[in-house]
Structure formats: structure tokens, C-alpha cells
Design a protein. Structure first.
Length: 145
């Protein structure tokens, strides 16, 4: 740690590149490491960037490397979560109980009394499941079967 040199107070920038005031956490080394990592300037495979970040932030290389490894792990977990969620969304199905009270090719609507009789006997009742992502043609096809 003797090789590390601290910045003078007046040399620390208090403003971002766009002229706005920096956030309080911007001064913390872990935030600066995350910013460098997200911009692509820092990764664990390149030892030179880790050394430069270590000198710039006045932190040991091992701590910078641990933080970068952790950020890479979080990024990997985030992508895996997104893929898993997408797969689950694709596999979801909607299940409905549909009561068809008229014949398939019949145009007449049954009377209220006939509807009640059909419901009570359980005729025309069908449980249908189709994927959430199904288009209207696919749903119609399932219903007409």
C-alpha cells in the first residue's frame, strides 16, 4: 500500500462530465469500480485494467479483482434469470372451462330453459388449455375441436 498515492483535495472532481454534481456514492471505490465495469473499461481477464483501477482508486488489486469477479457473477445470474423467465412465460398456459350450449354447426341459440337443462346435465362442458402466446387462430382451432 506504500506505492499508492492519495489525491489532493482540490484535485478531486465534484462534477460529472455533463456538469451536474456527482452523487454522494460516486466517491466510494466500489461505485467507481461498478461504473468502470458497466462501461466496459474493466474486466477480470485484463490484468492491466485491474492494476490501473487499483492505482486510480487507491485500493489493493486483490480487492478490485474480487469486486469485478462479483460484478461478473451478478451479470451472469441476471442473464440466466432472464432466460429462465422467458422460458417460463413461453410454457404458461391458460385453462378455461367452456360451456357450449349449441351444436357446432347450428345457428339457433337455445332457449334459457334448454341452456339450464344442458348445464345441469353437464353436456357441452369442456376444459380447454392453450398457451398464453397462442394467436387467435390457434385458440379458435382448439375451441372447434
Amino acid at each position: 500500500m506504500a506505492a499508492l498515492k492519495y489525491h489532493d483535495g482540490p484535485n478531486i472532481p465534484f462534477y460529472k462530465a455533463d456538469g451536474s454534481v456527482r452523487d454522494i456514492d460516486d466517491f466510494k471505490p466500489w461505485v467507481q469500480i461498478r461504473t468502470l465495469f458497466e462501461s466496459g473499461q474493466l474486466n477480470s481477464a485484463d490484468t492491466n485494467t485491474v492494476k490501473e483501477a487499483s492505482k486510480k482508486l487507491i485500493i489493493g488489486e486483490d480487492l478490485v479483482r474480487k469486486r469485478v469477479d462479483h460484478l461478473e457473477y451478478l451479470k451472469l445470474k441476471k442473464t440466466k434469470r432472464a432466460v429462465r423467465k422467458e422460458e417460463q412465460e413461453r410454457e404458461k398456459t391458460i385453462t378455461q372451462t367452456i360451456v357450449c350450449l349449441a351444436d357446432k354447426d347450428e345457428n339457433n341459440v337455445p332457449s334459457s330453459l334448454l341452456k339450464l337443462q344442458l348445464k345441469n346435465t353437464g353436456l357441452g362442458e369442456k376444459r380447454v388449455a392453450f398457451p398464453v402466446s397462442a394467436k387467435s387462430d390457434g385458440v379458435r382451432k382448439v375451441l372447434h375441436e
